[in-house]
Design a protein around this ligand. Sequence first.
Ligand code: IVH
Length: 704
Amino acid sequence: MNSIDNSVIERVQELHTLLLRYQHSYYVTGKAEVSDLEYDRLFDELVSLENKYPDLKSPDSPTQRVGSDLSSDFPEVEHTIPVLSLDKAYSAQEVLSFIDKCIKNSSTNSLSFVLEEKIDGFSVVLYYKDGILERAVTRGNGFVGNDVTANVKTIHSVPLRLSKPETLAVRGEVFLPKEDFQRINLTLDEPYANPRNLAAGTIRRIKSSDTARVPLSMFCYEGFWENAPFSDHLEILRHLKDLGFKVDKNISCFCKTREEAERRLKEASLEGFAGSFEDISLDIKQRTSTRSSLSYEIDGLVLKINEIGQRELMGWTEHHPKWAMAYKFEAPQAQAVVESIDVQVGRTGRITPMARITATELSGSVIRNITLHNQDYVDSLELAVGDTVEISKRGDVIPAVESVIEKNSKGNTTWVMPSVCPVCSSALVKKGAHTFCSNPSCPAREKGALDFFCAKKQMDIEGLGTKTLEVLYDKNYIRRIQDIFIFDWDALVRDGVEGFGIKKTDSISKAVREAVKAPFTRVLVSLGIPEFGKKAVDLVTSAGFDSMEKLLSATEEQLSAIDGIGPVTARLIVESLHEQSMLTLIRDLESFGFNMSSDVKEESDPSVEQIFAGQSWCVTGTFEHFKPRDKAMEEIVKRGGTEVSSVSSKTTCLLAGASAGSKLQKAVSLGVRVVSEEEFLRMIDSPVEEKAVSSTDELPGLFD
Ligand code: IVH
């Protein structure tokens, strides 16, 4: 430090102060003090000084918000404050009874309440020491959470340095504004169900530079000091604001009289609604009806006793303070307890955690098992065995865990994937977001591959269903796909295997002989290469890679140049095709007489003009003339077009029927041509050369 000129040190300090002030005015108070250009100029000056003099880079520097590319994990840390939840009510009546109870148990006759919005985000505790943000920790189980400091530092509304050198803990909610959610979610391969889940996933990004790309924000609502000099909550909110935190201004204060409430708000220099106790249910009603006009999601309201002394008198349970109550807008769809979490091994070796819940009825069916997708999903829910969860049926079909309603009382922390495969005990390895069994001969993988190969959508070998294959595998008759074609099916009769009579084995061996005639595209799908299902196979073969020979010499670059095939899929195809076991399987299938090229274009009809040749089409919504809508797709494929299941900038057209939703929005935002049913009918009737409107650049994918 000694060798650095004093004028440089002073300039760095000056830039710190200026930039922190500008960040605060832009992101917290919402009023920009300087132009973007001026801000960028000062920011760049600070970056270059910090690069030149790394000793001057401090943890609260405004440049820290851009995040880093280094991987970080999220070690478990103990909270130094109890991170309690809230008791819940689902009717205004319950809230009124809560107020009555508080008034009855209080030792003052001037009790007051503050009503806040219940921000539907991700709960985080910020720990400051002498005014510097030292640590940001997730709620976890209330005692232990994950250290997510690097990621939280990228949130501009979180002050890195406070206006006073205070030591405190602050509770708040990280959230993503609705508009940003809509915009970002459209660009994701696997969209999130709501802004809360996207915010939670973003807070757990391994690289903080990824978090920095999402415009998260944070409202703070509770502060904890060692010796707090505050007598009421309004004062605390005011003080949090003065320290630099973003505090929700949509608050209400209720006292015996409206005048008294007005006085309280004024004393704290806060804006908000002032009312008497009689006004509470009306205010709840009002806020419920205006909820949708907010720029962020709230899932309820929180009513809190204002006086700190009275809060202490009321006390806490292990789970929630007795001085506050959450009013939730909607009762959970259903509640269930997670009894256990175990893992399933798929045919690619992918490990999927499954929650086993108390049998719960939801929209007409009983749910016992819910997929938890991967470790990241479990982490973003901070889910542990024993937790009470809210469950829903996404799209009215797939059961999902939406959130943890109540943590378990056993102190179980967030569930962690085992380190070895539950079937073969081999080590598990993480690739991208998922975890895989590292053993290619894991019985679960081998059974899965057999089952997939024989299933209806692939080779469609009648008689070789999941259960039959399982018996044949366990009895060591059929272990690999090749075995199906060299096995002497009569052996089952000779060995007297239960359930296999002459009739059954005859029909299986006939179906096996038939399977050899399957078209090349079906053979390719049946290999079970990840991401190389029917759609991708059709795209690749119609792009000219229509024989095994051509495919085996294709490069990643050549495949990813095909419309609809991304770089990840291209890499997976090339890598999987060249694995030794796959090459052996391909060679063996060829020797059994399987088709290794598509001589005839399977789907195109030579008598129909190929007006959509080279074009990729996506179909969405409902149609009058095409029921089901696959019929429209058939017309496209018949005319040389290819089918894609989602819209990207590479899509030529979106055929949109009635009640088209997110795909339509995405097409419009990407500048992809949208074709109505009427226009489409005209196109297939009298083919006119139609040019697709050029697409805008694809928005950056965040989680690929
Ligand atoms: S007060 C001891 N106020 O809701 C203080 N919580 O379902 C307890 N939340 O865990 C929290 N908005 O993560 C409080 N204005 C607000 C809130 C709020 C959202 C979250 C918080 C809490 C959860 C309970």
